[in-house]
Design a protein around this ligand. Sequence first.
Ligand code: 5GP
Ligand code: MG
Length: 181
Amino acid sequence: MRADLERILIPRERIAARVRELAQAIARTYAGSEEDGITLVTILSGSLIFLADLIRELPIRMKLGLVTVSSYRGATTQAGEARLRDALNVDVTGRHVLLIDDILDTGGTLRLVRDELARHAPKSVRTCVLLRKPSKAPVDVQAEFVGFDIEDQFVVGYGLDYNDHYRNLPDIGILRRELYA
Ligand code: 5GP
Ligand code: MG
């Protein structure tokens, strides 16, 4: 797997340190909501490992919801139209919702999930992404919590895939250009 990377962009130690900082910032933001807690809505599958690490650094009361969005990337690295594959499996009405995604690229995925959430009247919605490509990020979809801003290159590892591979790489790396269409 490592041999398929052009280079490592963010090594595991830097990811771990930044995840702890994000958790602290999130905990401060929701400090007044201890009683009811918050609802984390996580977009699968890319955010799986980020979620697992983040919530174990987050000592606040929470419920977890999962939602699957397919963006028809498959064996390409081009974004397709984002579609919700299932209904929200957690009640968000009147709740403080924190949306978790692996990466903010064109914003299509987050826009879709935010629109769906809005239909269920949550008390508030904030967004946390591990990565963001600022050169692409649209003005109408923003994240309150961002792990790393990266260049517009296709990355894999730490949950992020290419054609469903590489999710188990502990570091985030740039996939060798000749490996994808
Ligand atoms: P958006 O809808 O913002 O264009 O893209 C978001 C989704 O596309 C992410 O949740 C992720 O699944 C996928 N994506 C965007 N950029 C990358 C990338 O560089 N690498 C990988 N593996 N997936 C990406
Ligand atoms: Mg994703």
